[in-house]
Design a protein around this ligand. Structure first.
Ligand code: LMR
Length: 394
């Protein structure tokens, strides 16, 4: 049987991780996979996470199953964090999932159950695993323009023009904040226009929010998702705790289905629990319990928010320093977009050949589409990267 298997296409982010590991150069710089690193290169366990784990270790007296949907305290805590009362709790079905990817996967499976013919629209570009999972599930897919290669901002008129092609029941995947891979984001007025268009077309938004707190702040980064939830009759929201709680390997995420009314929310809830049972039964609990412990304890929560703010401030500082250095070296403001982008990533907008040149000559690893992880930089590596960008002729 196994001989019938075919090699599967490699994920370009994970492939880059592997190539980086195998590179013997000691001065190599990893700007690939989206993981926060402190100035020493460590991805730290956050203080509140350590404290929550201690609390759990001391008080937990069983590892028996929780529920198919996950721990209610986690679900309520995350719904509060993301939606902050934007819609009535009774209108929301929710399940814990293995990470944000698990939430996306379950969202797509729910869409396929409800409406197998729906087309899922993705921003061009988007996180490559979006395309990959949709293709794997055999669903219809379309894309809408998103990134303006010239300004490195959002091509909003292109996006709106492409979304004119939506049919009723189609699903539009939107990044709630900190767009991955570009770093370019819609402003509030543009979100209003997108919501109005989706409503007029009868389309359903699927919001992927994986970096809340990494852009302009926890509340600010949740604002667009709340606008969508409050403005639409129905929407799906996939949220990740990997980055903002720094619990990547614990695989902690949530899928929310905001329904028209309580009865439909109950139906969605039952279907979400069913999907969990089919795919992996009970969702992982440890990371979810860390999150609910932090969110439910005012002292831990305040410390978590403070550390998240420190992380966000560090990344914003790196953006400014890199933009300043590039302004100095290029004697122009054409790289100022780096300071305006938000989140962990910026797409510098260059060819795979120039990205490869920077890897070969300077040991700089960014994704071939020229996405770089800003959090992979520090004061020492910024001048090296800036010089490599200019030398490569970007
Ligand atoms: C990324 O985009 O680098 C992260 O979301 C990690 C991943 O799983 O790809």
């Amino acid at each position: 049987m196994l001989e019938h298997l075919k090699p599967q296409p490699a994920d370009k982010i994970l492939m880059l991780m592997q190539t980086f590991r195998e590179d013997p150069r000691t001065d190599k710089i990893d700007l690939g996979v989206g993981v926060y690193k402190d100035p020493t290169g460590l991805t730290p366990v956050m203080r509140a996470v350590k404290a929550a784990e201690k609390k759990i270790w001391e008080s937990q007296n069983t590892k028996a199953y929780v529920g198919l949907a996950g721990d209610p305290a986690f679900l309520d805590g995350m719904i509060g964090l993301v939606l902050d009362g934007a819609v009535a709790r009774e209108r929301i079905g929710a399940v814990a999932t293995p990470g944000g990817t698990g939430a996306i996967r379950q969202a797509l499976e729910l869409i396929r159950l409800a409406s197998p013919e729906a087309t899922v629209w993705l921003s061009n570009p988007t996180w490559p695993n979006h395309n990959s999972i949709i293709k794997y599930l055999g669903m219809k897919m379309a894309d809408y323009r998103y990134f303006d290669e010239a300004s490195r901002g959002v091509d909003f008129s292109g996006m709106m023009a492409d979304l004119q092609g939506l049919k009723a029941g189609d699903v539009v995947l939107l990044h709630g904040c900190c767009h991955n891979p570009t770093g370019a984001n819609l402003d509030a007025a543009q979100w209003d226009e997108v919501i109005a268009l989706l409503k007029a077309k009868g389309a359903v938004p699927l919001v992927d929010i994986a970096y809340q707190g990494f852009g302009d702040g926890l509340a600010e980064d949740g604002a667009a998702t709340r606008m969508v939830a409050a403005g639409m009759d129905e929407c799906l929201i996939a949220a990740s705790c990997s980055k903002n709680f720094g619990i990547y390997r614990e695989r902690t995420g949530i899928l929310m289905a905001v329904a028209r009314d309580d009865a439909q929310a109950k139906l969605a809830q039952a279907n979400l629990a069913f999907l969990n049972r089919q795919n992996y039964s009970f969702p992982p609990d440890h990371g979810a319990r860390i999150v609910s412990t932090i969110l439910g304890d005012p002292v831990l929560r305040a410390d978590w928010e403070a550390e998240l703010e420190e992380i966000r401030g560090t990344m914003l500082g790196l953006r400014t320093q890199l933009a300043d250095e590039l302004r100095r070296l290029s004697n122009s403001d054409r790289f100022d977009f780096i300071a305006h982008h938000r989140g962990m990533f910026s797409r510098i907008g260059t060819t795979p050949e120039k990205v490869e040149k920077m890897r070969a000559e300077s040991g700089i690893y960014m994704v071939s589409d020229s996405r770089m992880n800003i959090a992979g930089l520090n004061a020492e590596t910024i001048p090296i990267l800036a010089k490599a960008i200019i030398d490569a002729g970007v």
